[in-house]
Design a protein around this ligand. Sequence first.
Ligand SMILES: C[S@@+](CC[C@H](N)C(=O)[O-])C[C@H]1O[C@@H](n2cnc3c(N)ncnc32)[C@H](O)[C@@H]1O
Length: 276
Amino acid sequence: MTAISISDQEYRDFSRFLEGQCGIVLGDSKQYLVRSRLMPLVQRFSTVSLSALLQQVISGRNLELRVAAVDAMTTNETLWFRDTYPYTVLADRLLPELAALKRPIKIWSSACSSGQEPYSISMTALETQAKRPGVLPSGVQITATDISSSMLENARQGIYDTLALGRGLSLERKRAFFEDAGNGSMKIAERVKKQVAFRPQNLMGSYALLGRFDIIFCRNVLIYFSPEMKAKVLNQMAMALNPGGYLILGASESLTGLTEKFEMIRCNPGIIYRLK
Ligand SMILES: C[S@@+](CC[C@H](N)C(=O)[O-])C[C@H]1O[C@@H](n2cnc3c(N)ncnc32)[C@H](O)[C@@H]1O
C-alpha cells in the first residue's frame, strides 16, 4: 500500500460515514474522488497516509478533521443567475404576487455554496424594486445556508475573481452591484449583501430553528442524495414553507416519486412547485 492508496473496505467504510454525515452518496468506484479531495488533508492534519486519515475521520474523535473531510467532499459548482428562468419567474411572478402579503418576503437558499444563488436572488429583488416602484415595499429577507463552512466563509466575504465573475453575470449587473476589489476581483455591494443572512445548516438535520419561508431554492443538491434522503429533505421543506409557498429545484431535478406535497407549475420556460 502506498500513502495514497485505500482498500475497498476503507472506501466502503468512508462512503457509509459520508452518507451518514451529510447524505452524499458516493456510489461505486469513486476512489479517485476520495483521493483527490482528501489528499490535501493528509498534510494539513499531519497524518502518515490517506488510509490513516480515513481511519481517523471515521473514528470521529477529531471533530475538526471530520468537518474538514465532509467539507472537502462537497461539490460546490455554482454560477450567477443559474438557468435564468428561476430569476425571471421570481421577478415577473413570485415577487409581485407575494408582495400582497405586505411584509418582507422570506426566501431560503438552501445549498448556497459560495453565494452566487442568494446574491442573484437579492439582485433580482433590487432590480424589481427599481423597475416597478411600489411593487415590493417591504423588501426581501434571504436566509442562505450550506453545510460547507469554507463556502459560507467565501460567501460572507463576497469577493469574486475574474473566473467566477465571468460565469453568468452581465456587464450591466457587474457595474450596478459590485465594487472593485483589486487584481480583477470584485466585491458584492453592501445593498445586495445586507438582504442576505448566511448560516450553517445540514439538510439532514432539523430545519425547525430556521423559521418559515415563502420561497425555497433547493437547487443542484438533491442529486447527491439517495431517494430516501431526497424525500426526507423535501417533506421537511414542505413544513418550512408558509401556506401556498414555492419550491424551486435545479433544472434537471424533479419531485417524481418523492413527495405528494407540491403541485407542479409550468412557467415556460421552467417548472416550479407550490405547496398544496
Ligand atoms: C452544486 S452546489 C449548488 C449550489 C447552488 N444551489 C446552485 O445551484 O448553483 C451544491 C451545494 O450543496 C451543499 N451540500 C451538500 N450536501 C449538503 C447537506 N447535507 N446540507 C447542506 N448543504 C449541502 C454543498 O456544500 C454545495 O455547496
